[in-house]
Each structure stands twice: as structure tokens, then as C-alpha cells.
Design a protein around this ligand. Structure first.
Ligand SMILES: Nc1nc2c(ncn2[C@@H]2O[C@H](COP(=O)(O)OP(=O)(O)OP(=O)(O)O)[C@@H](O)[C@H]2O)c(=O)[nH]1
Ligand SMILES: [Mg+2]
Length: 274
């Protein structure tokens, strides 16, 4: 198995698959900023998936009290100690929240981390597929662009923007991935250990691009599984002008700095090829 996760799969009569992780468990990391209306449902849905993952909420002191909601959910008996909360003191962006969450998960020995938005755009039903695909890859991307374009409730303008952004990223960075900006994805532990996380600069959509770029540069296996993305129903998008500028400039910077980045990741290259 690519990431050393021990899993035993049992096909039951109803053909559901259960996976156990005796040592190296999988944790979903979900960054939150003002997601109080979405979090309860997200936690319930994640916990009932057959993949038996844990969940870490990384909250940036949301003014709407998401942090308190997360604490209450973590303490509820139904959570069985599988839900954790990392409180941060200020809104610092998606990328910083993920880096904090990755560090938390690595310190506690998790074997793989799944990134998931808290706004229910990423259906927890796909967790099983992501985890299973980790048997043959170190990075598994939940892709909106494998079978045409799989998004629900996006206006044409948004589809064109996302598709165009992916075309631009692929062209500039030469990433061999259909959906470079998807925020629903799995990283095995060894990817997170190898890609020199403290030097990751991006914070918006580019965070996904930069992480994929670093993983490809280090020689890790990347695969995509199809997902259907649903636009958020509650809460507000945090897409800002700064994020758009970063998305335009970061691919150029990655291409420019590829050689220097590879030098910083020598350990990862060796591991990936082992
Ligand atoms: N901790 C933390 N979470 C954030 C921050 N910005 C966004 N998020 C979370 O990151 C996830 C994705 O953010 P969204 O606002 O949904 O961004 P998006 O999915 O790119 O945009 P939409 O498609 O319009 O919803 C959500 O769970 C947000 O709550 C931040 O600064 N800190
Ligand atoms: Mg969203």
C-alpha cells in the first residue's frame, strides 16, 4: 500500500466495505470560518461513513461561534472521541489553517489526511473512494473534471472561471492533473513529511496547486477519483480579490522556483522512489 496504512476490507452482503486502521488512522481536516450552520451536518455525515475516519476542525475564531459549535460536537457522546478541534486566534486564510491541521495530525501519528471544506460542497460519501484509492497513490484528488464537468448549482461564469483556472495552472506548471484546484483530496503521511510544509506560501486556491506541484516534483504518485461538487447552500464564500491575484501569480512562481524547491525536498524524492 502506498502510504503504509493497514486496512482490512470486508465485503458484507449489502456490499458496503468497512476499513479498519489499527495503527495509522485517517483524519479529515476541515478549516472553518463562519460555518456554524453547516458544521453539525458535516460532522454527522463524516462520522457515519464506513471509512471510519476521525475529524479535525480548524477554526480561526469565527465570529459566528463555529468554534463553540465544534467544541460541543467534539464533546457529544455520539462523537466517540473521534472529533477534535484546533482553535486559532485570528483569520489567517485556508492555507495557514491547513498547515496547522497537518502539523496537528502528523504529531498524533495519523497515516493520511483528507482535506474537506466545511460548507458541504464536498460530499462525505466520497471518503471511502478516496481512502481506497490511497492503496495505489500517495495523493488522491477528488476531481470535478474527470467525466466532463461535475458541479451542481454553479452559474456558467463560475464554471468557466474554475475550468479556465485549471487550464492556466496546467499550462504554466505542467501538472499532470485534471483538477489542480480541488480542495477535496487525500495526502499520505509521507507526502506531508516530504514536501517541506513550513515553506509553503500559498493561502487560497493556490494552496492546492502548490501542494500538488510539490508532491509531483518529489515524485509521489498522484491519482484522481471522480466527485460531484455541490455549491454551498448556507454561509458565505470567502473568495477574495487577494485570492484571485494569488491564483494568477503563484503558478508562475512555482514554475520559476521548481529547481530550488526540489532541492528543499531531497528527502521526499528518496522516499517516494523507495
Ligand atoms: N480556518 C479557516 N478556514 C477558512 C478560511 N477561509 C475559508 N475557510 C474555510 O475553507 C473552506 C473553503 O472556503 P469557501 O469560502 O467555501 O471557499 P470556496 O469553497 O473556495 O468558495 P465557494 O465555492 O464560493 O464556497 C470552508 O470550510 C471555509 O469555512 C480561513 O481564513 N480560516
Ligand atoms: Mg466552498
Amino acid at each position: 500500500m502506498a502510504n503504509g496504512i493497514t486496512n482490512s476490507m470486508t465485503n458484507t452482503a449489502s456490499s458496503t466495505v468497512s476499513i479498519e486502521y489499527p495503527e495509522n488512522r485517517v483524519i479529515v481536516v476541515t478549516p472553518t470560518y463562519n460555518e456554524a450552520d453547516n458544521l453539525g451536518r458535516l460532522v454527522r455525515e463524516v462520522l457515519r461513513q464506513p471509512a471510519r475516519v476521525d475529524l479535525l476542525v480548524v477554526d480561526d475564531d469565527s465570529p459566528d461561534g463555529t468554534g463553540r459549535v465544534a467544541d460541543a460536537l467534539a464533546a457529544a457522546p455520539e462523537s466517540q472521541g473521534r472529533v477534535h478541534v484546533l482553535h486559532r486566534t485570528a483569520k489567517e486564510g485556508l492555507g495557514r489553517a491547513y498547515l496547522a491541521g497537518f502539523g496537528w495530525a502528523l504529531e498524533r501519528g495519523y497515516g493520511a489526511v483528507v482535506e474537506m471544506d466545511a460548507d458541504l460542497s464536498h460530499d462525505p460519501l466520497y471518503l471511502q473512494g478516496l481512502v481506497e484509492a490511497a492503496g495505489g497513490a500517495d495523493v488522491v484528488i477528488g476531481s470535478r473534471y474527470l467525466n466532463g464537468i461535475s458541479v451542481i448549482n454553479w452559474p456558467l461564469r463560475r464554471i468557466l472561471l474554475s475550468w479556465g483556472a485549471n487550464w492556466y495552472v496546467r499550462t504554466v506548471t505542467r501538472l499532470a492533473v485534471n483538477d489542480c484546484t480541488s480542495g477535496y483530496r487525500l495526502y499520505s503521511r509521507r507526502v506531508l513529511e516530504a514536501v517541506d510544509l513550513p515553506s509553503v506560501r500559498s493561502n487560497g486556491y493556490s494552496f492546492q496547486v502548490e501542494m500538488t506541484f510539490r508532491a509531483q516534483l518529489a515524485g509521489f504518485r498522484i491519482c484522481e477519483v471522480p466527485i460531484i461538487f455541490t455549491e454551498r447552500r448556507a454561509g458565505q464564500s470567502k473568495l477574495s480579490q487577494g485570492v484571485v491575484w494569488e491564483s494568477l501569480l503563484m503558478p508562475l512562481r512555482l514554475r520559476w522556483r521548481a529547481r530550488a524547491m526540489r532541492r528543499g525536498m531531497t528527502a521526499g524524492v528518496g522516499q517516494a522512489r523507495a
